[in-house]
Design a protein. Structure first.
Length: 671
């Protein structure tokens, strides 16, 4: 029967089943043939029949330890792990040093996710038979399972330690290194992941797997051009003998790299080719959905995520992808509930938890405190302090409050004035991505010549429902408070304004703002500002562009305030920004804006201008951050000698509670 034994050793279970069945035709009572036939049957995808065969053998040979071992293993094939655990314990009670029993028991404990105990017994098995191939394979998968459980419990360093431990025994195993690299990524140890991916290099398939991983790391390091080059190289290594799953993952990474580099048309063409070759498989649908997300086609992406979930309701990409797209459409309640549903499936999953926390933070009450000091070369000084409070009451509406104190003085003119402004209001979302905001209040001013109160207000309709576009229409009644002289004059301004921003999928953007202002001194003002900019880098954000500003007043009162019949200014600017939302606790964020250009006031000769703005902040916790800012500019000069304005201050935001005041599942009832 040696021929049949070799078939079992080589994994040729169907051939072994046929072989031992023929042996039993000639020798129906041969115990070894019966055992091998049952074993081949079980390993040839018929575990229940095999188990019954072993039961019959045990009836015939009740004290045969080898048959007992095979029966115990058949319990594992049938996923009857608890019964297997109890049976192996009986076997170990009689023969504690039986290698097959110890190995089988360790595998049983692993299947029951009792990894601590499984590791003890697999180590004992390797003490009994050092370097046994089956035991080493079991040790690998026990540690892989253990590391996965640790990652799910957010113990990534412990997971890394256990993977490195088993890697000492099983040198440079491809599957092990892949999991180790992925664990490094989860723990945000990007450089360690890069080094680990480079170690996967034994075969041509390994090289492809390695390059696919390296491309992902390069993307995470904001090296998207390198990532596309690496993904292209990986794709070029594919041959007809490469395993199909590796081929699919390589095509997937290549399309992702195209998307990261904003090559959406090329990505779309590639996705259509893949759909023709593979059909509507979930990984291809996820690529198309991702491509649409990057192009802000969120409704189209949801259709693909729904198809994914129809194919597999437990798909991680489908569940979290749909939640993100719902959020992008302003459907926060639906997005949150989808996130909760996803977390129920993928317990404690890091990305889902972060997604839910981000929505929570968007609707958590906060207090913003902003003290500042400013001065100019006209001897004007101002101390100001602003407190802003936002309290979301549901997913649709929030309460707003604003208090501002401003003290201005001019030593040259010996003037001083103070202003206290208090406003209350709310913002209400009419439909997703369209909201109405209103504030109403009073400003009280006190100077040598006046002590008055005026009504102030701010009303705006904000529309973000258009793809890659935003539009704001508003009215604002304010009191001019730039300096003491203007406060003393009680100059009321009624501002009617429009803001429009257009983004594109090719990094170009355009912002335009128009103000029409009528004042209580019978003067009117037109103000137009427009900016064309280009996004050079994504992280940190680096953009450059050109700004144009036009101002005109109906009446010129230069001795009172800057009021030219025409003012034109053009500047080029460079902006570098590391956004607060892109950093972790105890990290710095910043925003630097440099600009220079020319301004022309009426018929006067052109003057050079400059503008420097900078902000440096620190994220103290998930609930608090602080930044210092400063700016200096000489724009809007009224004298040939030039005009400079300087301001610096502090900005502190504190989220008052840990979570929103409302529950998203109850949001509709509250609205």
């Amino acid at each position: 029967m040696s021929k049949g034994f070799k078939m079992l050793e080589k994994g040729q279970f169907r051939e072994a089943q046929v072989f031992f069945n023929q042996v039993l035709q000639d020798f129906p009572n041969n115990k070894t043939a019966k055992l091998c036939y049952a074993r081949a049957t079980g390993l040839n995808d018929n575990p229940r029949l095999a188990k019954n065969m072993f039961v019959d053998l045990l009836d015939e040979y009740p004290n045969d330890f080898e048959i007992k071992l095979n029966y115990a293993e058949s319990l594992l094939w049938n996923k009857e792990f608890q019964q297997a655990k109890e049976y192996y314990e009986k076997l170990l009670g009689s023969q504690p040093n039986s290698f097959p029993a110890v190995l089988g028991y360790s595998n049983t404990l692993s299947n029951l996710k009792l990894y601590d105990q499984a590791i003890i017994y697999i180590n004992k098995a390797l003490e009994l038979e050092p370097n046994n191939a089956n035991a080493l394979t079991s040790k690998k998968y026990i540690h892989l399972g253990y590391s996965d459980s640790l990652v799910k419990n957010q113990k990534t360093q412990a997971a890394i330690n256990t993977l490195n431990e088993v890697n000492k025994l099983i040198k440079e195993d491809t599957e092990l290194l892949q999991v180790l690299a992925n664990t490094y990524l989860i723990s945000e140890k990007i450089d360690s992941a890069f080094i680990t991916y480079k170690r996967i290099n034994k075969t041509r398939t390994d090289s492809i797997i390695s390059l696919n991983g390296i491309a992902l790391v390069q993307h995470l390091k904001n090296q998207d051009k390198k990532a596309l080059k690496t993904a292209s190289k990986s794709l070029s290594l594919i041959t007809s003998n490469i395993e199909p799953n590796t081929v699919a993952r390589t095509h997937e990474r290549y399309v992702q790299a195209l998307i990261w580099n904003s090559k959406y048309k090329k990505a779309s063409d590639k996705i259509e080719m893949l759909l023709n070759d593979y059909g509507n498989e979930n990984w291809i649908l996820a690529l198309r959905a991702t491509n649409n997300v990057y192009k802000s086609n969120f409704k189209s992406s949801i259709k693909d995520y729904d198809k994914i979930l129809n194919n597999d309701s437990l798909s991680f990409d489908g569940n979290l992808g749909k939640a993100n797209s719902l959020k992008a459409l302003g459907l926060y309640q639906q997005a949150y509930l989808k996130g909760i549903q996803t977390l129920d499936i993928f317990n404690q999953q890091k990305d889902v938890t972060k997604f839910l926390k981000n929505i929570d933070k968007s609707f958590t009450p906060y207090l913003n405190i902003k003290p500042s000091y400013s001065f100019d070369n006209g001897e004007n000084e101002a101390y100001s302090s602003q407190l802003t409070l936002k309290v979301p009451m549901s997913a649709k509406w929030e309460l707003l409050a604003d208090y501002t104190y401003r003290n201005t003085s001019n030593d040259l003119l010996s003037t001083t004035a103070t202003a206290h402004s208090f406003q209350l209001g709310s913002k209400y979302t009419i439909i997703p991505k369209i909201d109405l905001k209103g504030l109403l209040g009073v400003i009280n001013t006190n100077s040598e010549n006046t002590n008055q109160s005026q009504v102030v207000t701010n009303l705006s309709l904000n529309i973000n429902a258009l793809k890659l576009q935003s539009l704001s229409l508003g009215y604002q009644r304010t009191l001019e408070s730039f300096n003491a002289a203007l406060l003393d004059r009680q100059l009321i301004q009624n501002n009617y304004y429009v803001n429009y921003n257009l983004s594109t999928n090719f990094n170009l953007g355009w912002f335009t703002q128009y103000y029409y202002t009528s004042q209580n001194d019978n003067n009117t003002r037109n103000l137009l500002f427009t900016s064309l900019y280009y996004n050079i880098f994504k992280k940190p954000v680096l953009k450059a562009g050109v700004n144009y500003q036009y101002i005109s007043f109906k009446n010129q009162v230069p001795t009172t305030y800057f009021s030219p019949s025409s003012f034109n200014a053009v500047e080029i600017f460079l902006n570098l920004n590391r956004d607060l939302n892109s950093i972790k606790i105890n990290q710095w964020y910043y925003d630097i804006n440099l600009a220079t250009g020319l301004q022309v006031i009426e018929d006067n000769p052109s003057q050079s201008t400059y503008r420097v703005q900078a902000k440096l902040g620190y994220k103290l916790s998930n609930r608090a951050y602080i930044d210092l800012y400063g700016l200096q500019s000489n724009i809007a000069s009224t004298t040939t000698a030039g005009f400079t304005f300087t301001e610096f201050g502090l900005n502190l935001r504190w989220y008052i509670t840990k979570r929103p005041l409302f529950n998203f599942s109850e949001a509709k009832k509250m609205e």
